[in-house]
Design a protein around this ligand. Structure first.
Ligand code: FES
Length: 569
């Protein structure tokens, strides 16, 4: 069987000489060019992405497995996306990285790829790019950090940052404690160890069938993470020989399994956008409505922050995602194929659960209904999302007057003002933070509450925006309003004092303003000024789709396969 890489390394002419000779400067012996499967290891390692800073070691173990199975591993870098440093937001660059991945795979002599991802956007970016090539591919997640430990208790990435920050703002925590908590929270290699976006997406990888069993939960520093990487290296060589391409795994059934898994784990709202985008690349029809329909009857089983109390290390010891999928049983398509060549049903058939307080049984869930609520109404005709498991039950049906912030800078200027006309019944509205507006749809939707409300002991209010929120955050927060304000959506014409109605059980978000007044305001609406005129920002602004379509770039939807391009000399 001749593999794709033979178009480079299997030639005896001048070009074949060039392809092999320069590779040999790395000390690679002749026999590696004998036609064996060439495996790319797509690495998002970067010291600027602390969650992925241990990836060179993971790549080393993948390589060992590839060699052992008779393959030829070649590691290559792609742009990395570090959630904690990159401005204005990593989401602006997710699609750029996907292009990097896609073109790096297609342009090189690769027959299969192991994708190394961890920090939030690295996972969807790599899956999107690889899906547009559709070679055999397998993902290894970097694994979560160990539980944070602070003054005798567990603290979770992100989730406790939001809490500490509010405690400082209302005087319940002093600055010394706040600074001390920094090193206590992030004390090992790995990504956020709450059920934030990184952990959610790692679970998605496993539920989609794109990762080996237990991929999501093994801590980054646990030796079993490296054994899994070794096994992934072995397995990808076999996948190439079996021609087990991504499109054979990423079927509609796989996406439905992933949506249900996100409900059961109380996963991040960011998964909605990412799965829509990945499905778009591989040609599987998936809509925002699917999230509502498929997630509605899924109970939340996993007791992890921000919806519950435990952390990823506990999740691993309890049995990880296989324990959850086994519990979901008939709610998942058990016959969906996974990268190890078995169905997901076979993989989880005997999965044990060692702690029923961490992974609840279906008969006694953490919350009876979970999933993602998809709202509609005149404020969001193309949809908006809310995560019921992270919201306050009493606020899920609410009517209140809008306190409006035109952009994030105005919000930051006004929110601490003691004279701000706001109380706990108000609805906080933030505009111009969507895909075009920020640009990049930043994670600012979980607006901090005003200090005067926090001082009353109130910790949640209804908040609405076209932004995203961190998967580690919580609250009655309506996100991803589509169309966004900067694209002419109704959010852009909301005014201070307007009455807004939220009814999650009816899936309704309504601006209680007469149609004639809405039309009058629309006629006078002007888009916010563009602050950039060139480069990737401009490309992104001109082509980004709205959140309900995964916020991909319109020209990247779909794939181009992995045909061998023209020779380079
Ligand atoms: Fe990287 Fe949370 S900051 S996963």
């Amino acid at each position: 069987m001749a593999f794709r890489s033979s178009a480079w390394f299997g030639k005896t002419d001048r070009d074949g000489f060039i392809h092999r000779s320069w590779m040999k400067n790395q000390g690679l012996p002749d026999h590696l060019f004998d036609g064996r499967p060439v495996i790319g290891i797509c690495n998002t390692w970067s010291e600027l992405t602390p969650c992925n800073a241990h990836f060179r070691k993971i790549a080393k173990d993948v390589k060992a497995g590839v060699y052992e199975a008779g393959g030829f591993p070649l590691e290559f870098p792609v742009m990395s996306l570090g959630e904690t440093l990159m401005r204005p937001t990593t989401m602006l660059f997710r699609n750029l990285v996907s292009m990097d991945v896609e073109e790096s795979i297609r342009a090189n002599p690769l027959d299969g790829v192991v994708l190394l991802a961890g920090c939030d956007k690295t996972t969807p970016a790599l899956l999107m790019g690889a899906a547009s090539c559709d070679l055999p591919a397998l993902m290894i997640s970097g694994g979560p950090m160990l539980n944070g430990k602070f003054r005798g208790r567990d603290i979770g990435s992100g989730t406790d940052v939001w809490k500490f920050s509010e405690d400082v703002r209302c005087g319940a925590m002093d600055m010394c404690e706040f600074m001390e908590a920094e090193a206590c929270m992030s004390r090992s290699a790995g990504h956020c160890m709450t059920m934030g976006t990184a952990s959610t997406m790692a679970c998605v990888v496993e539920a989609l069938g794109m990762g080996l069993p237990m991929n999501a939960a093994i801590p980054a520093v646990d030796s079993r993470r490296y054994a899994l990487a070794h096994m992934a290296g072995q397995r990808i060589v076999k996948m190439v020989r079996e021609d087990l391409r991504m499109s054979k795994i990423l079927t509609r059934a796989a996406f439905e399994n992933a949506i249900r898994a996100v409900g059961a784990i109380g996963g991040s709202t960011n998964a909605v956008i990412h799965l829509l985008a990945i499905a778009g690349r591989i040609g599987v029809p998936l809509t925002l409505e699917d999230w509502d329909v498929l997630g509605r009857d899924v109970p939340c089983l996993v007791n992890l922050m921000p919806s519950g109390k435990y952390l990823m290390e506990d999740f691993f010891y309890a049995g990880g995602l296989p324990a959850v999928l086994r519990e979901l049983d008939a709610l998942i398509h058990r016959d969906a194929l996974t990268v190890n060549g078995k169905t997901i049903g076979e993989n989880v058939a005997n999965a044990p659960c060692y702690n029923r307080d961490v992974v609840k049984p279906l008969s006694d869930p953490l919350r009876a209904s979970s999933g993602i609520a998809v709202l509609r109404g005149n404020l969001c005709p193309d949809g908006a999302v809310l995560k019921p498991s992270a919201a306050t039950p009493e606020l899920m049906k609410h009517r209140g007057r809008a306190v409006v912030f035109e952009n994030i800078e105005e919000f930051r200027t006004r929110i601490d003002d003691p004279d701000l006309a706001i109380d706990e019944t108000s609805v906080m509205v933030l505009k111009n933070c969507g895909p075009r507006g920020y640009p990049g749809m930043a994670e600012v939707g979980n607006m901090p509450l005003p200090p005067k409300i926090l001082k009353k002991g109130i910790t949640d209010m209804v908040r609405i925006s076209d932004a995203r929120m961190s998967g580690t955050a919580y609250g009655t927060v309506v996100l991803h309003v589509s169309p966004e304000a900067a694209a002419g959506g109704a959010l852009g014409i909301v005014q201070e004092g307007d009455v807004i109605e939220l009814d999650v059980s009816a899936r309704r978000l309504h601006l209680d303003v007469p149609d004639s007044e809405i039309a009058r305001r629309r006629a006078g609406w002007k888009p916010p000024r563009r602050v950039f005129e060139r480069g990737y920002y401009q490309l992104y602004y001109d082509h980004v789709l709205q959140a309900d379509r995964g916020a991909d770039l319109d020209f990247l939807v779909g794939g181009s396969g992995a045909g061998v391009p023209r020779d380079c000399h």
